[in-house]
Design a binder for this molecule. Structure first.
Ligand SMILES: [Zn+2]
Length: 303
C-alpha cells in the first residue's frame, strides 16, 4: 500500500521522482546479461547493498559468459570476468553468482525459450519476492544481451507462476512461484532509456560499497590508460586535479570511477530528495489490476 502514497508525497515536496519504500519480502533475484550490470552507471549496486543490509538474500544471475568484455582472449575474459563478478557480489553482500554462460553478444541466435526456461526454473527454486533486472521495454537498447535477457526475465517473471509451463521442472522438487514485484533499470545514456517511475534511496556506506563493487571489475573498468588519457587532456588546458597529485595511474583510474558512481547516485538522489538514490521502473503487486489500483489510490485507507 505504501507505494501508492509515494507519488503524492513526491509531488508535495516538489521532487521529480517519488522515493519508493523497499518492497516487502526476503529473497531478491537479479538476472542480468553480464558480470558488471549490477554496478555500472545504469546499475543497481546501491539498491542491492540496501536489500542485503535490510536482511534480504540477493542472488545474481550472469546470463552470458562475458567473453567479449575485456582486452584478453575470450576464454580468459570469461574466467577473469567471472572471478571479478564474484568479488563484486561479495562487496555488495550478495549470496551467490549463478552463471548461465550463454555466448556473449551472440544471444540473437540462442534459443530464447531455453534461457527463459532457466530463469523460470531459478525463480521456482529460489522463490524471490522481488526480481530486479533490465527494463525490457527501455528505448534504443543496442546491446543484444540486454534486450534478450531483459525480455526473457520479464517473461519468466510472469510465466514461473503458471503450472502448465515447463511442468518437467516439478520433478526437481520445485513448485510454481509468482514473484510479486518487478524492478526495471535502463541505460539512460543510450537514447531515451526508459521513463523511471520512482527511486530507491540508500545510505553513504551502501553508496561506498557500490563504488568499490564497480571498480572491482578491473578487466573492463579503471584502466590506468584512461587516467593517462585524462591527464593528457587536462594538461593541454593547463588543468590539474589536486587529488591526483600523489596517486599512480591505476589509483587515479579507480578514483575517477568512484567519483563517477558517487556523482550518478547523487544526481538521482537530488531528483528524489535523498542524498543517494537510483531510479527504476517499478511494478507492484497491483500493476496487472489497473482498475483496482485506481480504486485504491482514490479510496486508500491505512489500517
Ligand atoms: Zn551489460
Amino acid at each position: 500500500m505504501a507505494f501508492l502514497f509515494a507519488f503524492l508525497l513526491a509531488a508535495a515536496f516538489g521532487q521529480t521522482l517519488p522515493q519508493l519504500p523497499l518492497p516487502p519480502g526476503k529473497v531478491v533475484l537479479v538476472p542480468q546479461p553480464h558480470h558488471d550490470d549490477h554496478t555500472t552507471d545504469y546499475g543497481m549496486g546501491g539498491l542491492i547493498a540496501r536489500f542485503v543490509d535490510e536482511g534480504y538474500d540477493v542472488y545474481y544471475v550472469r546470463a552470458s559468459n562475458d567473453e567479449k568484455d575485456g582486452v584478453a582472449l575470450p576464454a580468459e575474459n570469461d574466467n577473469i570476468n567471472h572471478r571479478e563478478s564474484v568479488a563484486a557480489a561479495k562487496v555488495l553482500g550478495m549470496k551467490e553468482v549463478i552463471s548461465l554462460n550463454w555466448r556473449n553478444d551472440y544471444t540473437a541466435s540462442i534459443p530464447l525459450n531455453e534461457l527463459r526456461a532457466q530463469l523460470i526454473f531459478l525463480i521456482r527454486k529460489l522463490r524471490p519476492d522481488i526480481v530486479v533486472g533490465h527494463n525490457p521495454w527501455e528505448h534504443y537498447q543496442k546491446n543484444p544481451d540486454h534486450r534478450n535477457v531483459g525480455r526473457a526475465m520479464a517473461e519468466a517473471y510472469w510465466m514461473a507462476g503458471l503450472a502448465n509451463v515447463h511442468p518437467e521442472h516439478f520433478k526437481l522438487d520445485v513448485q510454481p512461484h509468482q514473484a510479486a514485484y518487478l524492478i526495471g533499470k535502463a541505460r539512460l545514456d543510450w537514447g531515451l532509456g526508459h521513463t523511471p517511475n520512482g527511486a530507491f534511496s540508500f545510505n553513504e556506506a551502501q553508496q561506498r560499497r557500490k563504488e568499490i563493487a564497480y571498480q572491482t571489475h578491473r578487466n573492463v573498468y579503471a584502466h590506468p590508460a584512461s587516467a593517462r588519457a585524462l591527464k593528457a587532456t587536462l594538461a593541454k588546458q593547463n588543468l590539474t586535479v589536486p587529488e591526483f597529485a600523489n596517486l599512480d595511474d591505476q589509483a587515479i583510474a579507480v578514483q575517477m570511477e568512484e567519483w563517477f558512481m558517487n556523482w550518478q547516485s547523487r544526481k538521482i538522489g537530488k531528483q528524489a530528495g535523498a542524498k543517494y538514490a537510483e531510479d527504476y521502473y517499478f511494478m507492484d503487486e497491483f500493476d496487472h489490476l489497473p482498475g483496482l489500483k485506481d480504486y485504491l489510490q482514490r479510496n486508500i485507507q491505512k489500517q
